[in-house]
Design a protein around this ligand. Structure first.
Ligand code: ZN
Length: 585
């Protein structure tokens, strides 16, 4: 049950790898020359066509090498050859930055680009890509400044990001277990939030909060420095705010984001009812304490073998389309999936798709519990998304974060729905509870993180924030969104230290895309339930155009208007209905 990577290369010692690394270097030189040799103005579209085609060629070579290195490392953490391949590829990739910037600036200066595009079919199919390059160019600084920023970020934001990585991955938590004091890794202790025993959950939460005291000053320095740099650089680039920059990168309008957030705010009172009911079920006298947000409710003793999971998915994907079912079957049977946990293999799950071989590879750590089937379906959804993009070039295939989880959550919904229908009355409660717990994270907690980050940027403009100010800011955000649903004496003041998303200088507000993804996929799924089979082709077409359109146009293609509340309200109503259903069970 290991994946087969021979479609990339035969092995890490395959001489083809060295050969292609050298070839790639030559192709990057050719690409650079094509750009250097551009005349100030051109009247024929072919020089642009040649540059784009060269770029596609290069990206396919990168794709093959990078995927092989990365996928190998993810199951063989100690494979030095694979690691060095990843390094080599990364280093080569930086050689394309300078010519790319030059090309963008050149494009920006062309006054007849529309005419050139209209003369050439290949350019016509890359119109969105070309105009986005031009739009991006408006936010680029001079080549020298870009280079200086990139060099300085190595000792600035990137260095702080690395410090965060080091501190969080080595952070241990002192906790008592069976009369002994243990020092456990942070993720192990955070996972205790899912334990059946309430005392364990509470103890883990308290120990976790205490453990941040060791790193709080360093993490505060890191978050203050990263956000400070982001504020300055985004201002230099001409963005009105870091949020505007994130929205621009997400191809999303502010109006759509605000409409979604307003709809979420309207829904909060009902979502909090779930938390209060959960508190009641867990015998808390008042609101739910933070440490019981993930507490399991009812017992779900369903377990599956890998073959049963495979059959269940293939069978139930048919309810959407035979094509989706056949696709999953093909992925299972052609060894696209590395399914089981083993030594040296990373945790969690992911899907990595390759344009070079037009296939995906999926990593999971299947143990047979219910959520493992959800994960398999989720990752197969990502793979299906890439399959729908197979006929598009790499330049027309990269989609922004808010849309990235559409197909995955959609497939998860198919499987969860099928389960729920077949479940006995006793199984329904834990199934519903776990899906509501997920929704609370994706919507309510994410909203608190969005508010925190907005306020952090606002305050950071004036000065750095102390640890206590960061904690207060986080508590304020949690109080605002969780309201009466959570006990205000047991919140999580260190969520800014816990979540890595705040520490990536290149992707700020890495929170709203989660809420967007969940609500958009839920909305699409309910549309499928209403429309039935005629929706299948529309959905496939929607996935196909995700890499070459603004989000508002992608959603418009299936008749969804994300700038008005109706769509968001309908998605939220599905969750509200689950809350009502849960409260009545
Ligand atoms: Zn995903």
């Amino acid at each position: 049950m290991k994946w087969d990577l021979s479609a990339f290369y035969q092995s890490m010692n395959d001489p083809q790898i060295e050969h292609e690394l050298k070839l790639l270097e030559t192709k990057i030189t050719d690409y650079t020359k094509l750009i250097d040799n551009l005349n100030t103005h051109i009247s024929s579209p072919s020089p642009i066509e040649n540059i784009l085609k060269k770029k596609i060629e290069i990206s396919l070579m990168f794709d093959r090498l990078r995927n092989f290195g990365y996928l190998t490392v993810s199951t063989e953490a100690k494979n030095q050859n694979a690691k060095s391949l990843v390094d080599k590829v990364q280093k080569l990739a930086t050689n394309t930055t300078k010519p790319q910037v030059k090309f963008q600036k050149w494009l920006l200066a062309q006054t007849n680009l529309n005419d050139l595009i209209n003369k050439n079919n290949f350019l016509k199919t890359h119109e969105f890509y070309l105009f986005e390059l031009i739009e991006d160019a408006k936010y680029l600084l001079t080549e020298d400044v870009e280079q200086t920023l990139s060099i300085l970020s190595q000792t600035g934001s990137n260095a702080w990001t690395n410090l965060y990585g080091t501190l969080s991955s080595t952070q241990t938590v002192e906790i008592e277990q069976d009369g002994k004091t243990l020092n456990l890794p942070l993720p192990v202790v955070r996972n205790m939030a899912y334990e059946l025993d309430q005392t364990t959950r509470k103890k883990a939460y308290e120990a976790e909060l205490k453990s941040y005291q060791m790193v709080e000053e360093s993490l505060s320095a890191a978050i203050n420095s990263i956000k400070g740099e982001v504020i300055e650089v985004s201002k230099m680039r001409g963005f009105a705010s870091p949020l505007d920059q994130s929205l621009y990168n997400s191809r999303l309008d502010k109006q759509a984001l605000n409409t979604m957030l307003e709809s979420i705010t309207d829904s909060l009172p009902i979502l909090r009812k779930y938390l209060l009911k959960k508190a009641q079920n867990l015998k808390h006298p008042g609101a739910l304490p933070f440490y019981d947000l993930f507490a399991p409710q009812g017992e779900l003793s369903l377990t599956f073998t890998y073959d049963q999971a495979k059959d269940f998915i293939i069978e139930n994907f048919k309810s959407f389309s035979s094509e989706l079912s056949d696709f999953a079957k093909h992925a299972f049977e052609h060894h696209w999936i590395d399914a089981l946990p083993r030594d040296g293999k990373r945790g969690g799950g992911f899907c990595s798709s390759s344009k070079a071989i037009k296939e995906s590879r999926i990593l999971t750590n299947f143990t047979g519990v219910f959520s493992d089937i959800g994960t398999l379906a989720h990752e197969l959804g990502h793979a299906y998304h890439s399959y729908c993009l197979n006929e598009e070039t790499s330049l027309n295939s990269s989609y922004p974060m808010p849309i990235a989880e559409t197909a995955s959550i959609f497939c998860e919904s198919i499987i969860k729905d099928a389960f729920f229908k077949k479940a006995s009355k006793e199984e329904k409660l834990p199934l519903l509870a776990s899906s509501l717990d997920d929704a609370i994270q994706c919507i309510v907690d994410i909203y608190s993180r969005y508010l925190f980050e907005s306020n952090l940027f606002e305050r950071r403009k004036a000065s750095t924030l102390s640890v206590n100010e960061l904690k207060d800011l986080m508590l304020d955000a949690q109080k605002q969104v969780y309201g009466e649903g959570l006990d205000h004496h047991t919140l999580h003041p260190y969520m800014w230290a816990c979540k890595p998303h705040y520490y990536y200088a290149s992707s700020n507000f890495y929170n709203f895309p989660y809420a967007f993804g969940l609500l958009f996929a839920k909305g699409l799924y309910s549309q499928f339930l209403i429309e039935g089979k005629p929706f299948v082709a529309k959905y496939k077409e929607l996935l196909k155009i995700t890499g070459k359109n603004k989000i508002v146009d992608i959603t418009q293609s299936v008749g969804i208007d994300i700038t008005t509340k109706t769509f968001w309200q309908n998605s939220l109503k599905l969750i509200e209905a689950d809350v009502k259903n849960f409260c009545s069970l």
